[in-house]
Design a protein around this ligand. Structure first.
Ligand SMILES: *Cc1c(COP(=O)(O)O)cnc(C)c1O
Length: 329
């Protein structure tokens, strides 16, 4: 990842995002953070505000245990809504330390960035003197060898990594421009450490994973993702069920809604109850989807022809007779 000139390993994505935010605040001398509704950046206090993933699934508004002080500097905008970001920057001039964003949202279901959205965040942060943090814990090494930043051609100041990076073992990492990363201790004054950070077991698993992720693997992932999305769509069409399939590479979500899904509010128009029935049906047929309308499904390199054909057969009648509960208010 060309934007990552220097890197610090951690044991989880939560630590990576938490540390990147701390570093951004230290590097800019500013306090405020902009995140997006439905964006999930681990469970550190500052980013557990209007968060996606399990928080969205359980319908918890924020979560108890987080003080107003810890969350008070976190501003929330709608994903894909540049005017909201611009308005926040006008309202708090010179006070925004960073924008943290999943470049392809994966924790409200998959929501791709609208054309120009990531470029807009880059332009606005540059003009404002704030930092752009890409949380690539899901997208890193999944969408491309160089992550979403390679795929979309937008360079952040800091990048958070995890998940694929550890090949199934616990790991996280954050990195970016040398001048910023050199402020982390011991080179600089921003403290961050961890007993198991960079532990040899997780790093060996991660390196072995990166070894197999060559161009061929990414072509395979792209083709398999497209095939699963097409299978889903045609099975739903055949059953007369309106779904919206969002997909980027090997990440995809079937939203049980007829309308487009471009942010958290539109994601929440989907029927989580219908998704749950569908999930249970497929599970009975031996297909494990994410257990929530608000999490991404991933195709992996282990999904070979046989697995994809099995999936296609399981999907074919999975939508028939599903009842769509009314969307939540
Ligand atoms: C999973 C996730 C995290 C947190 O990573 P953990 O290893 O679970 O702590 C952070 N950001 C994003 C985008 C994630 O999907």
């Amino acid at each position: 990842m060309p934007a990552v000139e220097m890197l610090r390993l951690t044991s989880s994505g939560t630590e990576a995002a938490m540390s990147a935010v701390r570093l951004a605040r230290a590097a800019t001398g500013r306090a405020k953070l902009i995140k997006f509704a439905g964006g999930y950046h681990g469970h550190a206090d500052a980013v557990l505000v209007e968060a996606g993933s399990g928080v969205a699934t359980l319908g918890i508004p924020g979560t108890p245990g987080i003080t107003a002080g810890a969350a008070g500097d976190t501003l929330v905008a709608s994903f894909n809504a540049l005017p909201e970001v611009e308005a926040a920057m006008m309202r708090w001039p010179g006070q925004i330390a960073a924008i943290i964003v999943e470049p392809v949202a994966g924790n409200m279901g998959v929501v791709p960035p609208a054309p120009g959205f990531l470029e807009g965040l880059r332009r606005l942060t540059r003009a404002d003197g704030s930092l752009l943090i890409f949380d690539e814990v899901i997208t890193g090494f999944r969408l491309a060898r160089g992550g979403a930043q390679e795929r979309f051609g937008v360079t952040p100041d800091l990048t958070c990594l995890g998940k694929v990076l550890g090949g199934g073992l616990p790991i996280g990492a954050y990195g970016g421009r040398r001048a910023i990363m050199e402020q982390v201790a011991p080179a600089g004054p921003v403290y961050q450490a961890g007993t198991l950070s960079g532990n040899p077991l997780a790093v060996a698993a991660g390196l072995a994973t990166l070894d197999v992720l060559d161009d061929r693997a990414y072509r395979q992932l792209e083709a398999a993702g497209a095939r699963v999305a097409a299978t889903l769509q045609s099975a739903a069409n055949a059953a007369g069920i309106a779904i919206t399939v969002n997909r980027v590479g090997s990440m995809l979500t079937a939203f049980f809604t007829g309308g487009p899904v471009h942010d958290y509010a539109t994601a929440r128009q989907a029927s989580a109850a219908a998704y749950a029935s569908w999930f249970q049906r497929l599970q009975a047929k031996g297909v494990s989807l994410p257990p929530s309308q608000f999490e991404a499904a991933f195709v992996s390199t282990a999904h070979d022809e046989e697995a994809l054909a099995f999936l296609g057969r399981a999907m074919s009648d999975s939508f028939i007779g599903l009842r769509l509960a009314p969307a939540p208010g």
